[in-house]
Design a binder for this molecule. Structure first.
Ligand SMILES: *[C@@H]1O[C@H](CO)[C@@H](O)[C@H](O)[C@H]1NC(C)=O
Length: 396
């Protein structure tokens, strides 16, 4: 047999060798416990967390939603700034069509009978003057209220300010009515209609659940304990669940979130798909630094006097904006996520022998004996005899 043929045979011999693992059984309670214990941990993780809590066997889809709202309630005001007045939804809901957010007027500063004319600026360091030289004709200050005419006029008996061309008389908003003018708004109710779709599963739901009939809807009011499915909310109740006092917030306004959580389990054995409501204040109410608090904006109503002059009533409106925030995911059994997560769990199991080996080779009293048997070095020069050597593996 030539040398090269022998080499070839040897190579072939390697290619067609079958390798198998030799199993070493360690009859030690400690290692056995560690191994079973880690197995149990992985099992608990897979069954408890992955399957029950995370529902990793499910395919998921997020919600597409539409919201409409309708506020109802009446109020009657009788204050010095305004004639006695009755208020209904058309007066205090701005804008009239509510969707994902609606605004309820609760307080206001009213400046009636404004006309395009000339009047003295409100006094502050940049508008007070001594004579006409301090006022520049045509000057505009965005923080001011109008275009200066160049005259210095009496604001009051002691103060002189620059005259401006503006909607006069100017609004004075330093005094906000307290308590809020529309305090009765706390008893207003809002009906929230919310339809949701999970397009991947072609599932449609709405927050007026199938068992709600129209006579129940006419008289019910949301209450977490007694009427958790009623879609009609009393504004005061919303605020108190958000930890706010209505009368307090009504004075300067604010933003409040109505959060609707649709977390749906569409598997036939669970089949749970109802909305969960929660409420929280969204604008920041800092207890110490309360600069520029609340929420307000201005709007005006325009009139023509009989002699053709245009006048307006300016309203600085304070109120609570309610934002309806809908979120959620639906889950349904899916074969792909199941396989992927099963694979991940099995990969975890294959790590366990390493943990037990480490314990066996470092912590047990017979560790040298075990490492002698576990790790075998074959000497290279002879094929026939192999010399196993005890190694220092695991002893440091
Ligand atoms: C709201 O309604 C309750 C009970 O119906 C009543 O006691 C309360 O005075 C009302 N609030 C206002 C501000 O009118």
């Amino acid at each position: 047999m030539s040398r090269s043929a022998g080499c070839c045979q040897k190579t072939l011999h390697y290619v067609f060798d079958y390798e198998t693992t030799k199993t070493l059984v360690i009859p030690n309670i400690g290692v056995g416990c560690i191994f079973r214990f880690t197995q149990l941990l992985v099992l608990l993780y897979v069954v408890g967390y992955v399957c029950v809590v995370q529902k990793a066997y499910q395919d998921t889809d997020s919600v597409i939603s539409s919201v409409t709202t309708k506020v109802k309630g009446f109020a009657y005001t009788n204050t010095s700034d305004m004639d006695p007045r009755f208020w209904d939804g058309a007066d205090y809901i701005i804008p009239p069509q509510g969707d994902h957010s609606f605004f309820v007027l609760t307080n206001m500063v009213v400046t009636p009978k404004q006309t395009q004319s000339r009047c003295p600026e409100l006094p502050n360091p940049s508008t007070t003057c001594v004579d006409d030289c301090d006022c520049i004709e045509g000057r505009t200050d965005t923080r001011g209220n109008g275009i200066q005419t160049g005259l210095c006029v009496n604001y009051s008996q002691t103060v002189q300010t620059c005259e401006v061309l503006a909607w006069c008389p100017l609004e004075i908003d330093t005094q906000i009515p307290e308590p809020a003018m529309l305090a009765a708004a706390e008893n207003f109710t809002v009906l929230i209609k919310n339809s949701v779709t999970f397009p991947k599963f072609n599932v449609h739901r709405r927050n007026i659940l199938p068992h709600i009939n129209s006579s129940y809807l006419k008289r019910c009011e949301f209450n977490r304990k007694t009427d958790p499915d009623c879609p009609i909310f009393r504004l005061k109740h919303i605020l108190s669940e958000a930890g706010e006092d209505f009368q307090d917030m009504a004075v300067k306004g604010g933003v409040l979130g109505i959060i609707i959580d649709w977390s749906c389990d569409l598997d036939w054995w669970a089949r749970k798909c109802v909305p969960k409501y929660s409420f929280r204040r969204l604008d920041n109410k800092h207890p110490v630094n309360n600069v520029a608090p609340g929420y307000n904006f201005r709007f005006a109503k325009y009139y023509k006097t009989p002699d053709g002059e245009e006048t307006r009533t300016l309203i600085k409106a304070y109120g609570i904006r309610f934002d309806v925030i809908v979120f959620g995911t639906a889950g349904k059994f899916g074969i792909v996520p199941t396989i992927v997560n099963l694979g991940a769990a099995l990969a975890f199991l294959s790590l366990l022998p390493a943990v037990s080996d480490w314990f066996m080779l470092t912590c047990l009293s017979k560790k040298h004996y075990y490492s002698q048997h576990k790790v075998t070095y074959l000497s290279e020069d002879t094929e026939a005899e192999s010399i196993s050597m005890a190694t220092s593996y695991g002893t440091r």
